[in-house]
Structure formats: C-alpha cells, structure tokens
Design a protein around this ligand. Structure first.
Ligand code: ZN
Length: 434
C-alpha cells in the first residue's frame, strides 16, 4: 500500500508486535548490561538479573533513566559501542550549561531515516513532493532528522533552515515547495508574513505541513490549514531517544502512532512512578528497542500524555499517544527550542554584576514566542554609565545564545523591583496560550 511506508511493520498484529518487542527488549538489556557501565551498576544496585526479564510486564521492575543520568555521564558515558562505530553526534539542551550528547551508529541512522519516512508518509508526503525544511540544521535533531527521512522517500528536499521568512516565501513560490516542515508557530508566522506581503495560499503550492517540536492545539491547526492551504499533522520525538520519528499523526489526526517496534512506551504516575493502565494520563516513559549507539531503558521524557489503541482507519495498528499536553518539569519550549530556567541561572552566575533576582517572561509576539529575562543588577551598576551597562548586556546576550541556542531579550531592572518569595522563587511567567 502506497500510503504506509513499512506496511508489514506498521500494520503488525498485537501478538506479533509483543513477541517482537520482547525479543528486542531482551537483546537491548543484554547489550546495555554488558557494555554500559552506568546500566551495569544500576542493575546491580537494584538487584536485577536481566536474564530474568521474561515478559514485557517485567519491564516495570527495571530502574528509570533520567536526563540527570545523561548529564552525569557526559559526554560519552551512555554509549554502548566504541566511538569508532559512532558516525553522527547530536545534542539536546541540558538542564544546566552543558547539553546532553547523543550518538548514532550507521544502522541507527538507517533506522532513523525509515522512522521519519514513516511519519512523513503518514502525514501525506510522497516521492513527488518538494519538501521545504525550515527547521534549523545543527546539533539539534530536527533539521537533519526530517531531511534524511524525506530524501529516503524520494522527495526533493530543500534544506532552507530557519529564519528570513521573506526569503522562505520567495523559495516556496519559485521552487514550488509542496510540504512545509517547521514548528507550528513558525508556520503561523509564515502565514502572517504572506498576508503582510499581499499574498495568500493561492500564491504558494503547499499541500502538507509536518509540524512538531512544541505544543499546539486544534485551533492553531485549523488556522494553519486555512491560511496555508495544507493538511497539517503533528509529529513527536526527542533527541535522547532518536530525534523526530518517535511518533506521528496519520491523516485521521486523532493521536500520534508510536513506532512501537522500535520504542516501548509506558505512561507512569510521575509522583509514585507506578505504571498507569492504557488511557490514563501521566508521564511518557520510553525504552529504545533497536538503538545501537545509545540505548535507553525506561527514559523519563517528562512529557504528559495518554496512550490508547484504537482501530485506526489508516490501517496502522501501532498504539497512539495524545498530543503532549504539558511537562512534569519546568522546561520551556521557545519556538521549538528546549530551555531550562536553570540554564539561565547558570549564565548569570558567571557575572559578578548579576544579582540572584531574575524573572523569565514568555509571551507571544505575533505568532512567535518571545522570551524576556528581567534581571536586577547592583545599585551602582544601575546608575552607572550607559556604556558599561551596554557592554555587560552584550556579553550576557552572547553567553545566553551560546548556552540556550536562542536569543532572549535581557532587561536590567532596578534593585528590589522583582517580587520576593519566601519559599521556592517563581522564576517563570508564561503568558502563552496553546
Ligand atoms: Zn492512523
């Protein structure tokens, strides 16, 4: 069938799938307990003998892996293969200054492009399409992930990368882009720029939009679909697990099919860590079943969702997850980039002039996210000459950009203007609506 990329896998019966998952889980457990010191130790401490994992339900006895674990093993401590077998390195934002590192073997890259091809085909893309990728290319997995998946289908790929919206529109018109890949907020921003240029959906050739990396609702979907003349689908992924390609919506647009033959999904109660039955909302936990370079066991994604298995008219049998509806930690998603407030704090600590009093305000400017950080500075600096203030501001901007990957607005405020808290300080005011 032409609208399912890997028909046999994606329409597998539940019995076959479970058998497949169990075999792959056992082989992954064997590999990590032999080759990754972190898991060797962790299983030993928990008294786990991986040979005794005989069913998928047994997975609940295994310990979780967290972002902190990746950080503690920075940079290559989580790799299960020698560096010579790693052919690609990406990273994702860490909770503090250092990002976390992820690696891929040759076979991991093969798997990855097939998984992305699956979600792209599910979103409507075919070999006849011209795919316009407006994700930034670099250490983050979005750009390259979608790029290789689209090429693998046989589509023509334009690696436009992010920014310069007018130029994006020119390319869309001239090269006749038929698929747009970016964040939902950037798709809306393109639509708005189109209007400001006196153009409409009739002046471009888009048919499909594959959008991801940030939360969005049905209202935003219909606005994008109307203004750009596309069918818009959501897709989900995280660098730690593989990048984009973990799950994606089909044309039924009712939940994201998880590529279950490669990832085992659970939903847990984030407070008690107990596994919740299908249909209940909680934190998504993923175990990689085929990753060679960096297999992860029960990785806590911090994304809140629920799982459900319905008989989807598209023919795919894989379980679905609802669009993630929030986080169990304080991570912010700013125009698709993950930012932790603790990273901001780390940067300020590098500057003597910064006080510990700051607040992060996130709002929408047009359709794009805007992050403003207000920082109290010492009294003498505040009343000091403007030139000194400007130099300091420039240095802070530069550091923020290199640590966060985005350019927040930083504003100095007078001492004692930011509200004080007796308990845990409120660091973030998020005024956005999804
Ligand atoms: Zn479906």
């Amino acid at each position: 069938m032409k609208n399912i990329w890997q028909y046999e896998e994606e329409t597998m019966s539940l019995d076959d799938l479970k058998q497949f998952q169990l075999e792959r889980l056992q082989s992954t457990l064997n590999r990590v307990s032999e080759n990754v010191d972190f898991y060797k130790r962790k299983f030993k401490d928990a008294g786990i003998d991986v040979a005794k994992i005989k069913s998928l339900e047994d997975i609940k006895h295994l310990p979780f892996t967290t972002k902190q674990d990746l950080r503690d093993n920075y940079p290559y401590g989580m790799f299960a293969v020698p560096l010579k077998d790693i052919v690609r390195i990406h990273s994702s934002s860490g909770t503090t200054g250092k990002p976390t590192v992820v690696g891929y073997t040759k076979r991991d890259l093969e798997t990855w492009k097939n998984l992305v091809a699956r979600i792209m085909v599910a979103g409507g893309v075919s070999a006849n399409d011209i795919v316009h990728i407006a994700f930034s290319y670099g250490l983050f997995t979005g750009g390259f992930g979608l790029h290789y998946g689209a090429e693998h289908i046989g589509a023509s790929v334009i690696p436009v990368s992010s920014g310069n919206t007018k130029r994006q529109i020119m390319i869309m018109q001239d090269y006749r882009s038929s698929v747009l890949v970016c964040t939902p907020s950037y798709a809306l921003h393109i639509a708005e720029t189109l209007e400001n240029e006196g153009l409409s959906r009739n002046d471009i050739f888009l048919k499909y939009a594959l959008l991801g990396s940030e939360p969005w609702g049905e209202k935003i979907r219909s606005e994008i679909e109307n203004k750009l003349g596309v069918s818009a689908t959501d897709n989900y992924g995280l660098s730690e697990i593989i990048g984009p390609g973990v799950s994606g919506e089909c044309q039924c647009k009712n939940g994201l099919h998880i590529n279950e033959d490669h990832f085992y999904a659970e939903v847990i109660n984030p407070d008690t860590c107990e596994v919740l039955p299908e249909g209940e909302k909680g934190e998504l936990v993923l175990t990689t079943l085929t990753k060679e370079a960096m297999p992860l066991i029960r990785y806590r994604t911090r994304d809140i969702t629920r799982l459900f298995r319905d008989k989807c008219p598209c023919g795919r049998t894989f379980i679905k997850m609802e669009k993630p509806s929030g986080r169990t930690d304080d991570m912010l998603i700013i125009n698709g980039v993950n930012v932790f407030p603790s990273q901001v704090e780390e940067v300020f600590k590098e500057f003597d002039q910064a006080t510990p009093h700051y607040i992060i305000i996130v709002k929408k400017k047009g359709h794009l996210d805007m992050m403003e950080i207000q920082l109290e500075i010492s009294e003498n600096l505040f009343f000091d000459e403007m030139k000194k203030q400007r130099t300091l501001l420039e240095k802070m901007h530069e550091r923020m950009f290199s640590v966060l990957g985005i350019k927040p607005k930083i504003k100095f405020v007078e001492p004692k203007t930011i509200e004080r808290f007796e308990g845990k300080a409120k660091r973030v005011i998020d005024e956005r609506q999804f």
